[in-house]
Design a protein around this ligand. Structure first.
Ligand code: HEM
Length: 402
């Protein structure tokens, strides 16, 4: 097992978008031989206060850990990422998490976000991006579309000026660097605080229908979110908006472009797009790992794990577990066993899942409506890469105008 441990350390050390194309054979070996594998600290020991760190890779174990919030808490997220993000819902436990979840969830459904016109608005944003390259015949879909489109949608949801999209995007990307370039991460967090504070003050004064106004107005048992809590939440959301759905779109097109029969089927029957998205989420989970820590001495997969251990739950590996999915490495649109956990599981289940699926569905349909004969560029092969986040970092294609 020694060499596997070494490989995992290498992967962890390479950062969230490590240029690793196919880690799945390694994950299979870990699931079979070492389902609870010791890893190096993925977070600073002094900061997180943990002594040991393990990674788990089987579906049943990951799901069990994410289901048991008493034994496995999320506080480690706020003691690490929280240093720059501020305390956010993803790192909260118990009553505090319940309060925040109850306050934010009503603001997160697509209808609440922008009313019944929301799909039309998203489609207009997708069309604007496509307009910019439709006459060129060749494009990197990642650089010119997938990378920007979800955050542009989100900036409009927040009621921010469209000309701020690039700045918000750059700053959100800097925020992601927190684990590897802490100074940049801290600076980005401060810049977002300076940016959002006057916006929140203006919404408090003047009111509005956008998501920030809804977050200000939300209350439970007379409690509301403070400005500080709203800024921390918005930081989390711009990060989620910038770093997730773009990977999903890239991986969907990776499949479509490398499987002509799949492209033909989906083009011919757009009702298959939701299944394409679901199977892509399972096959290449855009967020591959989530973190928990043990609150008590416990067991995972029959192995003792003491109190205070960081547990890296590998949902990307879990979604390829042969104990749960038939032929897990096969991309199968007709799959009956569909219960992937790429949006997490349990109390912290992704609050933006409706939005992510809607954006992906509209983006895919916009491309298929407006471009035909889409092919990967022969001299520019590309792959799905990454460790904690997974997706292609370029999608160079040729196409004709439909
Ligand atoms: C394909 C896109 C996305 C994927 C794969 C994804 C994945 C996840 C996962 C795995 C979690 C669980 C974290 C944990 O258990 O520790 C999560 C939580 C969350 N996600 Fe997403 N996400 C996506 C898009 C979004 C978007 C677009 C938003 C909002 C704009 C969003 C907002 C959130 C929030 C607020 C939470 C925390 C929920 C809580 O702690 O109760 N996500 N997401």
């Amino acid at each position: 097992m020694g060499s596997d441990v070494l490989d995992i350390q290498t992967l962890l050390g390479m950062g969230p978008m490590a240029p690793v194309a196919n880690p799945y054979p390694l994950y299979k070996r870990l699931r079979d031989e070492s389902p609870v594998v010791e890893t190096i600290q993925t977070v600073d020991t002094a900061v997180a206060g943990n002594h040991r760190s393990v990674m788990i890779t089987r579906y049943a174990d990951v799901k069990a850990v994410l289901s048991d919030n008493d034994t496995f808490g999320s506080g480690i997220v706020n003691r690490t990422m929280g240093l720059v993000m501020g305390p956010t819902i993803v790192g909260m436990n118990g009553r505090e998490h319940f309060k925040h979840r109850t306050l934010i969830t009503p603001s997160m459904t697509p209808r609440a976000l922008k009313g019944d016109d929301f799909p039309t608005l998203i489609r207009e944003i997708a069309d604007d991006y496509i307009d910019q390259f439709i006459d060129e015949g060749a494009v990197d879909l990642h650089a010119r579309f997938f990378f920007h489109y979800p955050l542009t949608v989100f900036v409009s949801v927040l009621g921010l000026p469209p000309e701020d999209v690039d700045w918000v995007h750059r700053t959100a990307c800097d925020l992601c660097l927190v684990t590897h370039e802490p100074e940049k991460g801290v600076q980005a967090a401060e810049q977002l605080l300076q940016y959002f504070t006057p916006v929140i003050e203006a919404r408090r004064r003047d009111g509005g229908q956008d998501m920030i106004s809804r977050l200000i107005a939300a209350q439970i048992d007379g409690e509301r979110l403070s400005d500080h809590e709203i800024v921390s939440f918005l930081r989390l959301l711009v990060l989620a908006g910038a770093e997730t759905t773009n990977h999903l779109l890239g991986s969907c097109f990776y499949q479509l472009l490398h499987n002509h029969e799949l492209m033909r089927q989906v083009r011919a029957n757009r009702a298959l797009v939701p299944a394409l998205i679901a199977e892509t989420m399972r096959w290449e989970s855009p967020i591959s790992t989530v973190m928990r820590e043990t609150h008590t001495d416990t067991h995972i997969a029959g192995q003792p794990v003491e109190k205070g251990v960081a547990v890296l739950c590998h949902i990307g590996s879990a979604n390829r577990d042969e104990r749960r999915f038939r032929a897990p490495d096969t991309f199968d649109l007709q799959r009956q066993d569909k219960e992937h956990i790429a949006f997490g599981f349990g109390r912290h289940y992704c609050a933006g899942s409706h939005l992510a699926r809607l954006e992906a569905e509209i983006g895919i349909n916009a491309i298929l409506d407006r471009l035909r004969d889409i092919e990967p560029q022969a001299d520019e092969p590309f792959d799905v890469i990454g460790f904690s986040f997974r997706g292609p970092d370029r999608v160079p294609v040729t196409f004709c105008r439909a």
